[in-house]
Design a protein around this ligand. Sequence first.
Ligand code: HEM
Ligand SMILES: *[C@@H]1O[C@H](CO)[C@@H](O)[C@H](O)[C@H]1NC(C)=O
Ligand SMILES: *[C@@H]1O[C@H](CO)[C@@H](O)[C@H](O)[C@H]1NC(C)=O
Ligand SMILES: *[C@@H]1O[C@H](CO)[C@@H](O)[C@H](O)[C@H]1NC(C)=O
Ligand SMILES: *[C@@H]1O[C@H](CO)[C@@H](O)[C@H](O)[C@H]1NC(C)=O
Ligand SMILES: *[C@@H]1O[C@H](CO)[C@@H](O)[C@H](O)[C@H]1NC(C)=O
Ligand SMILES: *[C@@H]1O[C@H](CO)[C@@H](O)[C@H](O)[C@H]1NC(C)=O
Ligand SMILES: *[C@@H]1O[C@H](CO)[C@@H](O)[C@H](O)[C@H]1NC(C)=O
Length: 521
Amino acid sequence: MFPMNALHTAATLLALSPTVRAAFFYPTVQASLLEHILVDTHGAHASGFADAITPCTNYVSGSQNFGRETAAQWLRVAFHDFVTAHVAEGTGGIDASIGFETLREEDSGSAFNDSFSFFRPYVSSKVSMADIVAISVSISVGNCGGPQIPVRGGRIDATEGGPFGVPAPETDLPTTLQFFANSGFNQADSIALTACGHTMGSVHHGGFPTVVGPEAVSANNTAGGIHFDSTVAVFDPLVVTEYLNGTGQQGGPLVTSFNESSRSDLRLYESDGNATMIKLAQQGEGFLGTCSTLFQRMVETVPSNVVLSDIVSPMNIKPINATLDFDSSGKLIFTGYIRVLSSSAATAPTSLSLSTSQSKPVSLTPETALGTNSFGVASFFPFSIGITDPNDFHSFAVQGYGPAKTFAIQASAFVVPSLTFSASDATTAVNFTVAASSPSYAKRLFSRGSVPTVNVQAPVGQTGTLGPAITTFSNVAVSKVGSKAGYTLWSGLVDIDTTATGPASVAVLDSKGKEIDILFV
Ligand code: HEM
Ligand SMILES: *[C@@H]1O[C@H](CO)[C@@H](O)[C@H](O)[C@H]1NC(C)=O
Ligand SMILES: *[C@@H]1O[C@H](CO)[C@@H](O)[C@H](O)[C@H]1NC(C)=O
Ligand SMILES: *[C@@H]1O[C@H](CO)[C@@H](O)[C@H](O)[C@H]1NC(C)=O
Ligand SMILES: *[C@@H]1O[C@H](CO)[C@@H](O)[C@H](O)[C@H]1NC(C)=O
Ligand SMILES: *[C@@H]1O[C@H](CO)[C@@H](O)[C@H](O)[C@H]1NC(C)=O
Ligand SMILES: *[C@@H]1O[C@H](CO)[C@@H](O)[C@H](O)[C@H]1NC(C)=O
Ligand SMILES: *[C@@H]1O[C@H](CO)[C@@H](O)[C@H](O)[C@H]1NC(C)=O
């Protein structure tokens, strides 16, 4: 047992507890996970998310000969989720309700389930499917020639389908404009948003035979896709200029369809005498900025009960998987990685210094493998530092690349990574161990005497959508299984009762229900 430090009076502890938070994710658990998807796109320690759209012509859900394109599908999924919003009533918008709506005629095509089955493993207690739908727009546009669209988290997944109201190729103009108006977009913005959406991808005979005829089908284009513009996988202004000039794809099948009633883009684009399209063309590359603003508005259209987070910004210096653990001899260690973002491999640092509030600086060297992304390159500095006095472990600092960065930490209780497992045979079970510091401290931290409060949450399949539901096991029974390095160890087992679709989380809560630490397994 480590002695209670004299400074740890009841007053200090009470003052400390309101700021107690998940110690090991920065700036928040959710922002850290979303930032990982946004930034770690290629190379070392990539999240795998951007693989689906690398190269941007890729189709992740089937043969490359289908003529389908994942990067374009993601934009269409977000549009269909968004456009049934009723902003005046504060309902709908980006809430992943589209997952329940895939059998509707207005949601024809394979894009929705293709996308949701790829998104599914990324959903967890901290990242909703709706947030993934939103971030997929940023990833698609930002990695296929377009700008970085700012992204926020915090969306809440719908538990059922929402109202109808997606414009289809045969929908008349007033109805189409009404659908857009319901979701907060006026005529000019609807025209621009549609042009922004229709700069990537195709209309397919498979799904839309009344727009594209069977002649589009060929051996390497079996779904019969006809491109909207001459650069099907590049986010650029070409759809606008080709429409106005009558060159290339001339605006695409929804302008040129053999079937006049299917020319919805033509009806929309010329509904103001082409004024908006001409304005967009005059913007040149400025079109990209216009699209960024409109796409951000689209993905930030959410039900009125949702509070969106701050913008998830790439972190120049980011602790990754920073955690307390016990080493094989039972000593307390602080381990993880520091990720550094720099503009190029040439400017990436070759060493860093890491110090904690209770230890001298140690020098870190990077792994040789780099990550690459739209923001530059990422280098990864692994660390493992012995912690002799957890009472004095409140922060750590990273020096050696720009101004020193300090990160708060708490060592009062943590989920022990090396003693926590998730196993799936018929169903998923999570066997966890939590370490709680000395009983007198723990008594103040936890509601049930000195017994830690543990919640386990897991994403699981549900009927009617490929979007998972989150199942929660609160106040899981724990039993004392020993002690290590001054901590009491508590273990528990949760049978999820089905197979988890993504990472389960184990969280230790303080007496106010706030998360002190969380581990994903
Ligand atoms: C009047 C409004 C709109 C109508 C009627 C419409 C209709 C369509 C149709 C019929 C397709 C073909 C889908 C397929 O064959 O798989 C399509 C594709 C697409 N739409 Fe729209 N759309 C509209 C507005 C938008 C907007 C506002 C966006 C984005 C913000 C968007 C994004 C896309 C994308 C990216 C594709 C290509 C999908 C792929 O290649 O798989 N659309 N649209
Ligand atoms: C043209 O589109 C309309 C509306 O979708 C449809 O009813 C009609 O059958 C289509 N005509 C042809 C020749 O595909
Ligand atoms: C299919 O093959 C033709 C002829 O080789 C080529 O022009 C076309 O670009 C290919 N289409 C796709 C979708 O790969
Ligand atoms: C709008 O532009 C298109 C493409 O140039 C053209 O075909 C159409 O006639 C124009 N419509 C109006 C109302 O000017
Ligand atoms: C289309 O016309 C504009 C002028 O209206 C011209 O600047 C542009 O280069 C043309 N683009 C294409 C693709 O023909
Ligand atoms: C961080 O931990 C997760 C599991 O929670 C793992 O998938 C990932 O590879 C780890 N990242 C690094 C950089 O070690
Ligand atoms: C949980 O894992 C530990 C190993 O850390 C093992 O000793 C224990 O039996 C497991 N508990 C259950 C209930 O399976
Ligand atoms: C999409 O997946 C859901 C959930 O599995 C299923 O209920 C629905 O029928 C699928 N939709 C399509 C168009 O296949």
